[in-house]
Design a binder for this molecule. Sequence first.
Ligand code: NAD
Length: 429
Amino acid sequence: MTAPSLQPLEVPSPAYICPFDQACSYLEAAAKQLKLDGGTISILSNPRKVITVSIPVKRDNGEIEVLAGHRVQHCDILGPYKGGTRYHPAVTLREVSALAMLMTWKCALLGIPYGGAKGGIAIDPKRYSVGELERITRRYTSELIKNIGPSVDIPAPDMGTSPREMAWMMDTYSVNMGHAVPGVVTGKPLSIGGSRGRDMATGRGVMICVREALADRGKSLQGTRVVIQGFGNVGSAIAILLAEAGAKVIAVSSGAGGVYAESGLDISALKAYAADNRRSVVGFPQGTPISNAQLLTLPCDVLIPAALENQITEDNVNQIQAQLVVEAANAPVTLSADQSLTKRGVTVLPDILANAGGVVVSYLEWVQGLSYVFWDEKRVNQEMEHLMVQAYRQVMTQSQQQQISPRLAAYSIGVGRVAIALQDRGLYP
Ligand code: NAD
């Protein structure tokens, strides 16, 4: 397969692992498994629309800064584009393109009628005031106004964004349309049509996958030793839910480092500590300090990277001691590290399955919004649980039947569904 023609906007460092090339490699492996023809592969490997907008923002000190904002719409064969909006200094067009492609396979795997998209701005949100972040978000939304909408492309939170940013996006879009349009984003506050259960949804989906994988091995969550990298929206929800279910969360980290306690961390106390310390767990008094590098190689039963890409690489893969690695973040394990882990018999539950709880509840939020009927949290969690368990079982069955890794099985199911839909719809004109 020829690599698609996205031009890198940045000069990569020698150790740079291109996320888009990695995403294409996974697509290529699935396409081979599915025996897809070259034309179908070319369509699926190229994003349909790549949008970069200029965002001039007035800083609080009066200076003007111009930021670049991206939105990549990978594929809308199955329905409107859907995907998060990331604010992080490492955002690049290639990263956003890779994440948009993952969203396409993830939605198809979970059986929800969306295509894949992703957006992002290369900023460290901690360096901006709330007012500056609001101006950035509103200008980014207004630049994208013709490219988003409830039946076109529906953004959601991702790294560095939250319900607050979704409310600003919804308001900006609605003011420009002249009426309230809650369906333009998901992950909104409850007050404007958000869904109950959305805040914990990605973490809950990860918890369900861990629980099912342990059950397949005749084990339960009770006493299982878990390490989590990242303590943001996703990592903190995973820690809370796993601890509630009886697992021992022995280490967690945020960007500047982590904490470790052999007997299990007190997650409620840690959550309160992080809330008072700009979301950092560093310095938590009831644990021993540990670096992010050390955390990944701790002896444990389950390792859950829940921060960012390329955390388990050729450099540290041989030191990974967990027998089960669950990708809560998108693409935290590189292609070569994934192959090494699989060879060693370590099970890796891939991102497009493990972290799909968020997009499932985003879909449920959209469904509730369109029908003007809002469900209680129990119903939301039940519907989500059903779709997650169903997808988990499909992936593991295919993995066992075809003797392939769960990742290849997940990709084959997701890519296969999109390829069939593409064939059924046909090519215009
Ligand atoms: P977040 O910004 O809320 O949290 C990110 C966490 O990672 C923070 O604790 C941060 O301190 C930590 N972190 C940042 N840089 C780090 C580094 N170099 N080393 C270790 N930790 C670092 O983001 P989030 O929404 O929790 O997203 C985390 C991951 O989950 C991302 O890969 C995202 O794409 C993926 N994801 C999120 C959702 C969602 O619903 N938010 C859904 C699916 C997938």
